[in-house]
Design a protein around this ligand. Structure first.
Ligand SMILES: *[C@@H]1O[C@H](CO)[C@@H](O)[C@H](O)[C@H]1NC(C)=O
Ligand SMILES: *[C@@H]1O[C@H](CO)[C@@H](O)[C@H](O)[C@H]1NC(C)=O
Ligand SMILES: *[C@@H]1O[C@H](CO)[C@@H](O)[C@H](O)[C@H]1NC(C)=O
Length: 353
């Protein structure tokens, strides 16, 4: 009973207000027309909420918008491309990858869209990421790289299906920015802590040398370097000693024994290492001329590659409680510069062993 009274009251009010506003529009016509008549182009529609209610969609052409009581919005019906930012997901073979997409969509039903979606970009982004997660988690990393076309099509169908309830239609999806973040741990024995000779890296492996996932090589190089440092330390049998500059001296001694003319010829790179948190924790390896120079401090020229890490991270890596790879993922080991050059050294360090 009260509901129908309420509805009736609402109805009378609406008519009353509409009548006066329209009257006002007519009385002040030439000027009000300037403010109240909107033009929608062929590809546009105007959504009007009049006193809170959605009235039928207007346009294209000239549309009357009443002052004060209308809230209106123009929507563009053309296809738009939306860039879905990369998100991380785990593939069926245990790789963690980061993948984005470009979604081409258009508004199919402006009425439904206006009523059900607050922010179109957010809805498209969340729907796309959800669909990507569902579909790509069942695929292997190789499948994703090689069968991009087919997967893009499957995704388009999925996202189109989810977007339908919002009055949107998805016409095309392209996968983009496929980056390998972490290879499955069992496929990369070089990342395990080790104190002896490292196993030779698998050549032709899907996870090395593809340009996108250069990190594998760097991690391998770092592991080998730290393994050498660990060797030097255990030879001196002073594992329990707190980190001092003697750790730095060990490191330099190991490096000095490792550099020679042959190495310089193959590498031709200037490396800088920054140990954060200790005084003067910098050293460099200039492997570009002669038989190479290794020294404490910062080299005068700008390095090709810089590795930064704290002494405690270095200690953990030496103790084997964290792998360089995990340190990199966890943000404790930073790499700056040319990844190709970092990989070069990795190859050579392996040869030296
Ligand atoms: C949605 O994304 C497009 C392009 O990506 C941008 O131009 C537009 O401003 C965004 N709209 C909102 C409401 O964030
Ligand atoms: C998207 O879904 C709508 C409604 O389900 C359908 O009519 C349309 O053909 C689909 N578009 C594409 C490109 O698959
Ligand atoms: C390495 O350390 C030197 C000296 O502290 C500093 O100038 C340089 O910016 C550092 N490089 C990186 C990548 O942190």
């Amino acid at each position: 009973k009260t509901e129908s009274t309420q509805t009736c009251f609402d109805c009378i009010c609406t008519s009353f207000v509409k009548f006066f506003v329209f009257l006002f529009f007519l009385v002040t016509f030439p000027i009000s027309g300037f403010f109240c008549l909107k033009i929608a182009h062929q590809y546009e529609r105007i959504i009007i909420y009049r006193l809170g209610r959605l009235i039928p969609i207007k346009g294209p052409g000239v549309v009357l918008v009443l002052p004060c009581i209308d809230h209106w919005k123009k929507v563009d019906m053309r296809t738009k491309a939306f860039n879905v930012p990369p998100s991380k997901l785990c593939t069926s073979d245990g790789c963690i990858i980061s993948i984005g997409a470009i979604v081409h969509f258009s508004i199919q039903d402006p009425r439904l869209m206006s009523l059900s979606v607050q922010n179109m970009n957010h809805s498209i982004r969340d729907a796309s990421q959800g669909c990507m997660m569902n579909l790509l988690c069942k695929k292997t990393y190789n499948d994703i790289k090689t069968k991009r076309q087919g997967l893009s099509y499957d995704l388009q169908v999925d996202i189109n299906q989810s977007a339908k309830e919002w009055g949107l239609a998805v016409s095309r999806v392209e996968l983009s920015d496929i980056t390998l973040i972490m290879a499955p741990q069992n496929k990369t024995p070089a990342f395990m802590p080790m104190y002896g000779a490292p196993p030779p890296p698998e050549t032709g492996d899907a996870f090395t040398g593809s340009g996108v996932d250069n990190f594998g090589g760097i991690a391998q190089f770092a592991t080998q370097l730290f393994a050498q440092v660990a060797n030097a330390q255990s030879q001196q049998a002073n594992d329990a000693e707190p980190p001092t500059s003697s750790t730095m001296d060990n490191l330099l001694r190991v490096l000095k024994t490792a550099v020679n003319e042959e190495l310089v010829q193959e590498v031709d790179t200037l490396y800088q290492f920054n140990i954060t948190g200790i005084q003067d924790g910098n050293f460099f390896a200039d492997l570009r001329t002669g038989s190479g120079v290794v020294g404490l401090g910062v080299c005068s020229e700008s390095p090709d590659v810089t590795f930064s890490l704290s002494m405690s991270t270095l200690q953990k890596i030496i103790a084997g409680s964290v792998t360089p790879y995990n340190a990199y993922i966890g943000g404790q080991l930073h790499m700056d510069g040319d990844t190709d050059k970092a990989m070069k050294l990795e190859k050579v360090v392996k040869d030296i062993k």
